[in-house]
Design a protein around this ligand. Structure first.
Ligand code: C2E
Ligand code: MG
Ligand code: MG
Length: 384
């Protein structure tokens, strides 16, 4: 609320006394500039606003950084009534989010491509409220024995009309709109509650949650995590946080210290999709990381492509030298499993063992005594 107040104040200072500044909802402001000499004057004000909001905001002793995306519609060419003008400014604003300039003028034809996107965004906001999101769990097993080690929690969205929507489609949307912060916290809380329940039933397992880079940039992230740990009562050693390689590489200063604090809480940290970014080995050595997950793209052809085999072998040697545990992602065939096991890979995850599944099914199939029996006989774990 304090931030909104200061933003409003800065906005007012960018416009003339006769112009109107209003907050129509959430974090969206509307500015009405009347009697402009020409269209360039609107661009100049937009530029001024973007610069004013680009400077840090001192709020309650902290410096908060925000960025603004501005969409502009002009009367009468972009609309002759308020609702059309607002709608077109909104469309232009979504386009502005994709440019570095910070503002965009409305252009005819923008609507067509944007409306699907806007619809999906509105649906995602409702999805959170209507409980359309759920978490599925995919087992991770020891490569040598097939013993269950834990699970990765994967977010699912079941859209009432479109059906299931892939996280690769809606996570970027959630990031673009800031919804990833409440959604990410909901996932963390749901998974910690579930893991705590499984641990209480006597299961020794670690559950991994994926983090977005935006969550790490949220100044209240560490407090949110501590809040979830306290309220769910989970022992942090049962929790792993997965962060993709490219996000790890962007971390410096402040956020790197957040990662150290997470690790000091007793949470394990993993580099996800390793091999898709360009990490420097010297850098990895300094990161508070425990687990390295080799990206699926190297596992896929491991049996047929000697180069992929060599890369995986090399990455594994590097990881072990740095005292990291290795998980191979996307293991689909027995051949891949045996190659990885022979190379000394610690853990496997993939369709060979099981696809991600709802918590009840995970508990039913993987945590039941029949699985215990399978473990004891050394049989490999497999669920369809
Ligand atoms: P990821 O973290 O690398 O997750 C592994 C993805 O590989 C999952 O896709 C999983 O279903 C898929 N997978 C697992 N085994 C196999 C296999 O053997 N073959 C193939 N072809 N695929 C396999 P999914 O569930 O669609 O998730 C995609 C990505 O979305 C995740 O990649 C992760 O980056 C992101 N994601 C999922 N849930 C969350 C979440 O709660 N928060 C955030 N920030 N990101 C999430
Ligand atoms: Mg992951
Ligand atoms: Mg991955």
């Amino acid at each position: 609320d304090r931030l909104l107040e200061v933003v409003a104040h800065r906005l007012r200072q960018c416009v003339r006394a006769a112009d109107c500044v209003a907050r129509l909802g959430g974090d969206e402001f509307t500015v009405v500039l009347s009697d402009l000499p020409d269209i360039n004057a609107a661009a100049q004000v937009a530029h001024k606003i973007a610069a004013a909001l680009g400077a840090p905001f001192p709020v309650s002793g902290n410096e908060i950084f925000v960025s603004a995306s501005i969409g502009i519609s002009v009367f009468p060419q972009d609309g002759e009534d308020v609702s059309t003008l607002l709608r077109h400014a909104d469309t232009a604003m979504y386009r502005a989010k994709r440019t570095s300039k910070g503002y965009r003028f409305y252009e005819a034809g923008m609507d067509a491509s944007i409306s699907g996107h806007l619809q999906l965004e509105a649906a995602l906001r409702r999805a959170v409220e209507r409980g359309e999101l759920s978490v599925h769990y995919q087992p991770k097993v020891e490569a040598g024995t097939g013993r269950l080690f834990g699970a990765e929690a994967l977010l699912r969205w079941n859209h009432p009309v479109r059906g299931p929507i892939s996280p690769t489609e809606f996570i970027p949307l959630a990031e673009e709109t800031g919804l990833i912060i409440p959604i990410g916290e909901w996932v963390l809380r749901t998974v910690c509650q579930q893991a705590r329940a499984w641990v209480e039933e006597g299961r020794e397992l670690a559950v991994a949650v994926n983090l977005s880079g935006l969550q790490l940039q949220d100044p209240s992230f560490i407090n949110r995590v501590e809040g979830v740990l306290t309220s769910t009562g989970i022992d942090p050693r049962h929790l792993i946080l997965e962060i993709t390689e490219s996000v790890w590489m962007e971390q410096a200063g402040e956020t790197l210290s957040i990662l150290h604090r997470l690790k000091n809480l007793g949470i394990r940290l993993a580099i996800d999709d390793f091999g898709t970014g360009y990490s420097s080995l010297a850098y990895i050595k300094r990161l508070p990381v425990d687990i390295l997950k080799i990206d699926r793209s190297f596992i896929r052809d491991i049996a047929s492509d000697p180069a992929d085999g060599a890369i995986v072998r090399g990455v594994m040697a590097l990881a072990h030298a740095l005292n990291l545990e290795v998980v191979a992602e996307g293991v689909e065939t027995e051949e891949q499993r045996s190659i990885l096991a022979a190379m000394g890979c610690d853990y496997l995850q993939g369709f060979l063992v099981a696809r991600p599944m709802p918590a009840e099914r995970f508990a039913e199939h993987l945590l039941l005594p029949s699985v215990e029996a399978g473990r004891k006989s050394g049989g490999s774990l497999r669920v369809s």
